[in-house]
Write a protein of this length. Structure first.
Length: 203
């Protein structure tokens, strides 16, 4: 988009009117107040650039603070952590900050808990061109999946121990000895030996 020149004909005017109408249809009434006295689409875009693309040091400080507060330990799902992290990065960029891949990588590394510190060591030995946020994300996903798998195995193990413990404390209703179980019968006679868990004899 450019300003009108003397060489431009009626076709340029028609296109400028069309572009201006597109802009009007996409902005709010409050935004319309700022550009109501401007005549061309080029002038309108310049005005919006001045309003929204200017750097704000105060806003950048707030955005950096928000980014530093995004911590993996506060998220049940790693995908939500990634979404919020990228959202904060984009807000910082919109405030006028320039963020390199290395800086973004450092922010994400600082957001990880202590038991993820080995991932940072892995990245340090990589060639510089391979030290990317995407690589870090892949390692975080693997570590998270490993943790979830271990938690599932631990829960299953605890459930098995609880069941075994309950069974070992169960006593036979008839003889009163633990380690085996026999429901109450009308006239049973129960004997228990180490070789045979339980034997029921009827008189």
């Amino acid at each position: 988009m450019r300003a009108k020149t003397r060489a431009d004909d009626a076709t340029w005017d028609d296109r400028d009117i069309q572009a201006t109408n597109y802009i009007y249809s996409a902005i709010t009434n409050r935004q319309l107040e700022y550009i109501s006295e401007l005549e061309t689409a080029y002038e309108i875009i310049q005005k919006f650039d001045e309003m929204y693309l200017k750097k704000s040091t105060a806003l950048q400080i707030v955005c950096r603070h928000n980014l530093e507060n995004v911590k993996l330990k506060n998220y049940a799902e790693v995908s939500l952590f990634f979404d919020d992290f990228e959202k904060c990065v984009n807000e910082l960029k919109q405030a006028g900050a320039v963020i390199t891949e290395q800086e973004k990588l450092n922010y994400m590394l600082k957001s990880l808990p202590q038991n993820y510190s080995h991932i940072g060591d892995l990245i340090d030995v990589l060639p510089e061109k391979d030290r990317t946020v995407d690589y870090l994300k892949s390692k975080i996903k693997l570590k998270k999946a490993e943790e979830e798998s271990n938690e599932t195995s631990h829960d299953s193990s605890n459930a098995f121990r609880a069941e075994t413990k309950t069974a070992s404390h169960t006593k036979c209703y008839n003889c009163g000895k633990p380690g085996h179980f026999q429901k109450r019968l009308s006239y049973p006679y129960c004997t228990y030996t180490k070789r045979s868990r339980s034997r029921i004899f009827w008189k």
